[in-house]
Write a protein that binds this ligand. Structure first.
Ligand code: ZN
Ligand code: ZN
Length: 544
């Protein structure tokens, strides 16, 4: 599918879900991709960590794809780059901090020199085919959050990226209200906007407030070790914690590989310049308890991250009864159980827990309703296209925008082809879309045979039947709740399979498919009789 004399929008990921953002703009025969993100898998796909958008549509049209513009360095915006960029074979654009983290990924994947990564150092517009693009800094929970201003022959798009309003962001200089109003004065055809926090009736709050709240926490815990867990990528929060350590006379110790990586990238990009020296784990042991501030990854309950290991006492850094853990991060939906496990363990060890419910030690990086309405008012777009949300978030933002007075809203999901101009904006078609998983080293369909079978095995267990050339039968079960009855089940299943095979008459005795099916049914019935379960049965015919 090739865009004609028109301006198109199509999300391949990130619309109808929070994660794996992949957005396409089409114009005068060409496509432009904005962001190439991934999602972390929950329990949905057993044995899988990473989930990607199915890019088949754009891979088939890659001769018309001009490049990928990356808004910011969160994994839901850049995480799929190392897995797909070589095949797409197009250049990328990013601001320095984002480019640095993308470069780390390319290096890890052995792709340095194989793909083109353009670093955009200033806010000057640049041209990619029919698209003229400028980065516009907006506050977010990472350094260099950016909106994109995309000018086309059919009008101007304001692609918000992930954003919030913050008059004290601690790091970076967001585009001002006056500058955004001036953009609105020039006319915005379509605003493609973050929907994550549309149900939040309040504004997100400022990093400056978090700084003061964290500073106020320290004197409350005199003589105690304080551990703060936060997202590694939140450079402003790290800046704040550096200042809090210095102001409260505590030495700073950092636990977690992603923190080391982000601090390195941030310093190389001109951030965290006055970050205090970081002490090693073995040095931390000798620091008096009340003079140590630990920053650790793992606030989402990730079992291999530093906080989890410190909690389980399998880390060089130790916490004792009376010490304090501050959760300076939000609970991502789906992680409540894992976070609860860690908090319960900490509580049972007599370690105090402070979350953003007791003290404003965290603010979100996404806009609440007052912020959305403020931006609508400054930009005054003709069309609102909500993205970056589940269906309920995007539908609600469409309602909010319409109620505010935006003339047209387009409610769309992954795979919908939307014509922005000319004519009445709206959906006019659908392209292939879906999810892929990284399963071991293989990228495959998220609901393909392997994952489907793995789910069944996890739920029902498995029975293997081996049939020898001379009719000998062996049975083995895995994951069946039989314990001491297991041997009797095996004996009965063997007898049943032998009997079922014996009942086959004439040519059926030599028909492999019929023999396998008879054995499968007999073994499965035996398993159901003994356990109430309906396991997967694998029959192996040896010999003929
Ligand atoms: Zn983000
Ligand atoms: Zn995002």
């Amino acid at each position: 599918m090739k865009p004609g004399k028109e301006l198109l929008f199509c999300a391949l990921g990130g619309s109808g879900e929070i994660g794996m953002n992949v957005n396409l703009y089409g114009c005068d025969g060409k496509w432009l991709m904005v962001d190439l993100g991934m999602t972390f898998s929950g329990n949905e796909y057993p044995g899988v960590d990473l989930v990607f958008a199915d890019l088949d549509f754009i891979e088939e049209n890659k001769k018309d794809l001009l490049g990928v513009v990356l808004t910011h360095a969160h994994e839901d915006h850049i995480g799929a780059v190392p897995y797909f960029i070589e095949d797409l074979g197009v250049p990328m654009w990013a601001t320095p901090f984002t480019a640095r983290l993308v470069n780390d990924k390319l290096e890890e994947a052995g792709l340095i020199g194989e793909v083109e990564l353009n670093v955009v150092h200033d806010l000057e517009p640049f041209q990619i085919g029919p698209f003229t693009i400028s980065y516009l800094p907006l506050a977010h929970s990472i350094a260099e959050g950016n909106a994109l201003l995309i000018d086309t022959p059919y009008g101007r798009i304001f692609h918000t990226g992930d954003w919030k309003l913050d008059d004290d962001p601690r790091v970076g200089v967001p585009t001002t209200q006056e500058e955004l109003t001036a953009i609105g004065d020039e006319g915005v055809l379509a605003m493609v906007c973050d929907s994550t926090n549309v149900f939040n009736p309040e504004a997100s709050g400022s990093e400056g407030e978090v700084y003061h709240a964290l500073l106020e926490e320290m004197p409350k815990h005199k003589g105690k070790r304080v551990l703060v867990t936060t997202f590694a990528s939140n450079v402003a929060r790290l800046q704040t914690l550096g200042e809090v350590a210095r102001a409260s006379g505590r030495k700073l110790c950092v636990a977690g590989r992603s923190l080391d990586r982000i601090i390195g990238a941030a310093k190389a990009s001109g951030y965290l310049e006055d970050f205090p020296p970081v002490i090693r784990f073995d040095e931390a042991k000798d620091v008096p308890r009340g003079q140590l501030l630990i920053v650790a990854t793992g606030g989402q309950g990730e079992p291999r991250a530093a906080l989890s290991r410190i909690t389980d006492e399998s880390h060089q850094l130790k916490l004792e009864r009376g010490d304090v853990v501050l959760f300076s991060s939000r609970q991502i939906p789906g992680n409540e159980i894992a976070i609860g496990r860690i908090q319960n363990k900490l509580a049972s060890r007599g370690i105090e827990i402070v979350t953003d419910r007791q003290s404003p030690i965290h603010v979100s990086g996404h806009p609440g309703r007052p912020e959305l309405e403020a931006l609508y008012g400054w930009l005054r777009p003709e069309i609102l296209i909500p993205v970056h949300g589940e269906m309920r978030h995007m539908a609600e933002q469409a309602r909010l925008g319409a109620a505010y007075g935006i003339p047209k809203t387009v409610f769309q999901g992954n795979g919908d082809l939307v014509r922005i101009a000319p004519g009445k904006p709206g959906k006019f078609g659908e392209v292939r879309h879906g999810r892929l998983v990284l399963d071991g080293d293989i990228i495959s369909a998220a609901n393909g045979d392997a994952i489907t079978m793995r789910r069944r095995l996890a739920i029902n267990g498995m029975v293997t039947v081996a049939i020898g050339a001379k009719g000998a039968v062996e049975v083995a079960g895995l994951g069946l709740p039989l314990d001491e009855d297991y041997d009797r089940f095996v004996a009965e299943a063997r007898a049943d399979v032998t009997k079922a095979l014996g009942k086959l008459n004439g040519p059926a005795q030599r028909d492999r498919a019929l023999r396998i099916e008879a054995a499968r049914l007999a073994a499965r019935r035996a398993a159901t009789r003994w356990s109430g379960k309906k396991p997967q049965v694998q029959v192996i015919l040896l010999g003929d």
